[in-house]
Unconditional design. Sequence first.
Length: 140
Amino acid sequence: MSSDSAPLIVRIAAAVIRDGQGRFLLVRKRGTTAFMQAGGKIESGETSLTALQRELLEELGLAVEAGEAKFLGCFEADAANEPGHKVRADLFELFLDDQVAPAAEIEELIWLSPSAPEIPILAPLTRDHVLRLPRQTNEH
């Protein structure tokens, strides 16, 4: 790919998961340094919601009903783990007060307060879009 060609786009579905305290659940994949939303690539024939449900079950053991996930919009940012690529992410908001555990390729998860004094390394999508989203209420 030459330097003047457009970056490749990776289509993903990701979850903006918050708890009752307004913290965000972030994950770090094995072998990487940046924390990001749970989720992943949308496979051929999948809707973004179906991809999100599959990824959350694989990564966190979290079964999500369609009505629990509120679509927030489509956002684009540089890919955290694929140089020269951008992610185009369909983001969904979920509220969670249950415990989840990392599974599959997830090495670590954290609950991050946007006002935390020390912020870990964040994926561009998380840093530039997710943390700037207005806080929603916990009402469905």
